[in-house]
Structure formats: structure tokens, C-alpha cells
Design a binder for this molecule. Structure first.
Ligand code: SF4
Length: 313
């Protein structure tokens, strides 16, 4: 079996939120959490296959819950603490979260548990309360910003990413501007953005005031331009810093590919003299967390060198 340093592990399926654009509650049914016992068994199996990073997956991953032996329910923060007790696991992430399920325990875990990476993918979809209400998101922009503020209070360096839907039925120029303002306020480290397209069987497919395709295209372009700008700035800030990089594999171009704590792809070229010196000393880097000095940044990745100082030079 092929060794996989970073592995996905599904812990939760389904959704009870019923956003008006989404098929998940109809196709996957209500929220269902796997038991902690079965999750931990799978963690142990993944460890045996060489996994060092676990990415916990769920349509509403932070709605995960399990009745413990005692009378209280365990939530995602407790599960992360449990998984982090496995010495072999060096890094834990989770996706995708819903703002309404960001409980204090999970936020505290971002501060206290060093194996939980400082990265949070928290979709908002729109920066307009008018559209959020039509989307049936059940939270406002203000609620979302409060959660981000709280998370940053506990983990100031955390990287935030999000999802956006552009051109939802009834979205006006003013709604679109509000989304752009939110993007400028939060300065997302990365994000996914899509044009709205009606999904048969969902309430919003029958909404009036569907937005013209040309308008959707131009709004998407404008929004993606802003998101890209913030991502570039976020990546540029990493240059000259030293980061703990989990090395995932070596590619055919003799580059080591790793992942930063903030979910950035990091490329380390074996041919560089300093990297060769490092590799002569430290033979095994894949599957390890290594000190890397970031030397360059791009739109979607960083470039770095293994830090010789970390070997005592
Ligand atoms: S978008 Fe997410 S939260 Fe909303 S219904 Fe779909 S899965 Fe649930």
C-alpha cells in the first residue's frame, strides 16, 4: 500500500442547515457523526500506513459530536485532542466548517493544541445580510466577523479562508460591494469562489430575480481579483520567515513538496547547495516536520530552503 503522509478521514456526513442553494441536506440526509471509537481505529490504521497529518472531513465537520462515557457530549475540539495524543500524528486540520458550529472548545483548541494547524476554512458565501438571509445561512456578517475576532484572540496568526457564491438570485450591485468590503476587511489567506448555478430541487432554483450570466461573470472576476490580491500579500509576508513544514513527498523534478502550518504549498529544490548539505546530514525528510526558510512567494505557493541552522551549524 502506498504511503500517504497526509490523509483525509471522514468523521461526519450530512447536514441539517438547509442553505437554500445546496443539495446536501436532500442527497446526504441529516447530520451524522461517526463514533470516536471507529475514528480512532481508522487513525491507528492510517498511522500504520505512514500518515503523519490527518485532515478531518465532513460536510459540517465542526458539527461533529459524540456521547462520551460521561454524561457530556464530546465535540470536535475534544476529538482533535484525542487524535493528537498519537505521537506519530504531527499535524491535524479539519474542513468544512459552518460558522454556527464554531464552539469555544474548538476555538480554544486552536490555541492550546500545537498539533492543530493555524488554518480555518470558514465559508461565509456572501458579505450581504440580505443575501445571507435569502441563502438561509442563519448567521449575519456581524456574527461571522465576531467569530473571526474570537478565533484571532485565541490564535492571532491563524489563516482564514472562505467560500463565496457570486450572483445569487436577487444579488444587487450593493450586495456585491458589501462582499468586496468583507473580503478587504478579513483579508482571506485563500478562498474558493463560484458563480451561482441553480441546483434542481433546491429552493433557490425557483427564486425570482436570477442574475444575468454576464453580470455574474464580471462580479466573479472582480471578486477573484480581490481574493488573489490578498492571497498574494499573505504569501509575501512569509518570505524570510522560518516555518515548520511538513514534507509530503519528492516529485519527479527532485523538489520536495511540503505544507506550511497555514496550508501553503512549499517547494524545496534538492539541487540547491544548501539543501544538499542539509540532506547529507538529515537523510529522511519526507513525513517529518522540518525548519524551512522561505525565500520566495508566488500566487499559490512558496519556495524555501531547509534550515541548516536547525542542524546546529
Ligand atoms: S452549504 Fe454547507 S451548511 Fe449549507 S446546507 Fe450545504 S452542506 Fe449544509
Amino acid at each position: 500500500m502506498k504511503k500517504k503522509i497526509s490523509s483525509f478521514l471522514t468523521i461526519q456526513e450530512g447536514c441539517d442547515k438547509f442553505c437554500s442553494f445546496c443539495v446536501v441536506p436532500y442527497t446526504r440526509g441529516p447530520e451524522y457523526s461517526r463514533s470516536i471509537e471507529s475514528i480512532m481505529m481508522e487513525v491507528k490504521k492510517l498511522i500504520k500506513r505512514g500518515t503523519r497529518e490527518i485532515i478531518l472531513l465532513g460536510q459540517n465537520v465542526n458539527a461533529w459530536t459524540s456521547k462520551g462515557n460521561k454524561k457530556f457530549s464530546l465535540t470536535l475540539g475534544n476529538l482533535i485532542d484525542e487524535i493528537s495524543k498519537c505521537d506519530e500524528i504531527l499535524s491535524i486540520r479539519y474542513t468544512t466548517s459552518h460558522p454556527l458550529d464554531m464552539d469555544l472548545k474548538l476555538i480554544e483548541t486552536h490555541q492550546k493544541n500545537k498539533k492543530l494547524m493555524p488554518y480555518l476554512h470558514l465559508p461565509i458565501q456572501s458579505g450581504s445580510n440580505n443575501i445571507l438571509s435569502k441563502m438561509n445561512r442563519k448567521h449575519t456578517v456581524e456574527d461571522y466577523l465576531k467569530i473571526i475576532e474570537k478565533v484571532k484572540e485565541y490564535r492571532p496568526d491563524i489563516a482564514i479562508s472562505s467560500d463565496f457564491i457570486v450572483g445569487f438570485p436577487g444579488e444587487t450591485d450593493q450586495d456585491h460591494r458589501k462582499t468586496l468590503e468583507l473580503i478587504n476587511e478579513v483579508k482571506f489567506a485563500s478562498s474558493y469562489s463560484f458563480k451561482y448555478s441553480p441546483r434542481p430541487g433546491t429552493p433557490s432554483a425557483d427564486f425570482e430575480k436570477q442574475v444575468d450570466e454576464k453580470i455574474k461573470n464580471s462580479r466573479l472576476q472582480e471578486l477573484q481579483g480581490k481574493l488573489k490580491k490578498h492571497q498574494l500579500v499573505f504569501n509575501q509576508k512569509s518570505v524570510n520567515s522560518k516555518m515548520n513544514i511538513l514534507i509530503l513527498y519528492k516529485n519527479k523534478k527532485n523538489q520536495y513538496i511540503g505544507k506550511s502550518p497555514y496550508n501553503q504549498t512549499v517547494i524545496i529544490d534538492e539541487k540547491l547547495e544548501s539543501n544538499q548539505i542539509f540532506l547529507n546530514r538529515c537523510k529522511k525528510v519526507v513525513g517529518q516536520i522540518i525548519d524551512v526558510r522561505i525565500t520566495n512567494s508566488f500566487q499559490n505557493s512558496l519556495e524555501g530552503e531547509f534550515s541548516i541552522e536547525s542542524l546546529g551549524y
